[in-house]
Design a protein around this ligand. Structure first.
Ligand code: SF4
Length: 301
C-alpha cells in the first residue's frame, strides 16, 4: 500500500494569522473577557485549544453574526477569518466592545471589490447560504445578490452593470458551472472569481492525483473547504473519499485492500492531525495492524 501526502494541504495563511491573533490577544490581556464571534475557523479541535487559552465563543449556526453579538456585553470581541459586515462592526462599537479583527486579507479584498462595484451596478455573489463569509459579504449592500444555485437567477430581474464574483472557499468545478449560468443570463457581466489561492491549490493538487483508490480528507464536517476537497475527489475519478475529523474516526473498512491512498486536509485543519493520519496509514501499510491511538494529536500552530 502506497501512502501519498498531498501537497499543499492544511492551514492557509489566513487561518495561521487568525490563530496567531487569537493567541496573542489572550496572552496580552490576562483577566480580560475575550469572546470570539463564531468559530475562529471551522475546526472543533482548534476551538477547544483556544478555549483552553481562556477565549470564549458564541456560536449558533442558526444565528447571524449580528444576533450572536447580542450575547457579548463586555471586553474584547474577536472577528473571525471569515470577515465581517459594516453593520456588525458598528454594532460592536456601539456596545463599547474592544474589537480585534482577524479577517483574512483575501476576504477583505473581496469586500473592497464588491463595495467599489455597488457604486455603479449589481453584484451576483456565488456563495453558501448561512455561511459567515457569505453573510458578511452579502450584507455589505442590497445590490449584492446571493446565488447558491443556478435557479436563484430566475428570481432576479432588472439588474444593471453586473459583476459576478464568489466566496473564497468554493469548489472550482461547481463554481465554474454557476458562473457560466450567470454569464448566459448576463452576457456583458464582468467576472471576478475570488476563490483564494490556498483553496485553489489544495483542490488542484487533488485533481492531479493519478491511480488513487481512496482520498482521506482530514477536516471538520463544518469546514467548507474540507467538504469541497471530498467533492473534488469524486470529480477527479477517485472512487472513495472520506472526511474525518482526526485519526480517531478512521476505520479499517476505509483503507483495507487499497493500493494507493492519498491524504489531504482543509485549510482549517491543524497539520499535526493530518500528520498523525499519514503516520498511522504508513504503519498500517507496513504491519497490517489496525490499532488506533487513544488521542488525536492537536498542536494549534
Ligand atoms: S481559505 Fe482562503 S480566504 Fe479562507 S482564511 Fe484561508 S486564505 Fe483566507
Amino acid at each position: 500500500m502506497e501512502i501519498i501526502n498531498v501537497v499543499p494541504h492544511g492551514y492557509c495563511q489566513g487561518v495561521i494569522r487568525a490563530i496567531q491573533t487569537a493567541v496573542s490577544t489572550a496572552k496580552e490581556n490576562p483577566g480580560k473577557k475575550i469572546t470570539m464571534l463564531g468559530m475562529i475557523v471551522h475546526n472543533s479541535y482548534v476551538v477547544e485549544q483556544c478555549r483552553a487559552l481562556g477565549i470564549g465563543f458564541v456560536e449558533n449556526p442558526k444565528k447571524t453574526r449580528a444576533e450572536l453579538l447580542d450575547e457579548i456585553d463586555e471586553g474584547i470581541v474577536i472577528f473571525t477569518a471569515h470577515g465581517i459586515s459594516d453593520e456588525v462592526r458598528k454594532k460592536a462599537e456601539a456596545k463599547g466592545l474592544e474589537i480585534v479583527d482577524a479577517s483574512c486579507k483575501d476576504v477583505i479584498r473581496t469586500h473592497s471589490l464588491v463595495r467599489e462595484h455597488v457604486k455603479k451596478g449589481d453584484v451576483l455573489y456565488i456563495g453558501k447560504k448561512n455561511h459567515p463569509e457569505s453573510e458578511g459579504t452579502v450584507s455589505l449592500s442590497e445590490r449584492i445578490h446571493l446565488i447558491t444555485e443556478e435557479k436563484d437567477l430566475d428570481e432576479l430581474d432588472g439588474l444593471e452593470n453586473v459583476l459576478i464574483t464568489c466566496q473564497t472557499t468554493l469548489s472550482l468545478n461547481d463554481t465554474k458551472k454557476i458562473i457560466d449560468a450567470c454569464i448566459r443570463k448576463y452576457p456583458d457581466a464582468e467576472v471576478s472569481p475570488e476563490i483564494c489561492s490556498a483553496t485553489r491549490m489544495r483542490q488542484e493538487a487533488v485533481m492531479k492525483l493519478k491511480d488513487t483508490d481512496c482520498l482521506i480528507v482530514v477536516g471538520d464536517p463544518r469546514s467548507n473547504n474540507s467538504n469541497q476537497l471530498q467533492r473534488i475527489a469524486y470529480d477527479a475519478g477517485i472512487r472513495e473519499a472520506y472526511l474525518i475529523g482526526s485519526v480517531l474516526e478512521l476505520t479499517e473498512d476505509m483503507i483495507r485492500n487499497k493500493n494507493r491512498i492519498a491524504v489531504t486536509s482543509g485549510s482549517s485543519t491543524p497539520n499535526s492531525l493530518t500528520s498523525q493520519v499519514t503516520d498511522f496509514l504508513k504503519q498500517y501499510a507496513e504491519s497490517g495492524q489496525f490499532i488506533l491511538p487513544k488521542e488525536a494529536e492537536v498542536r494549534l500552530l
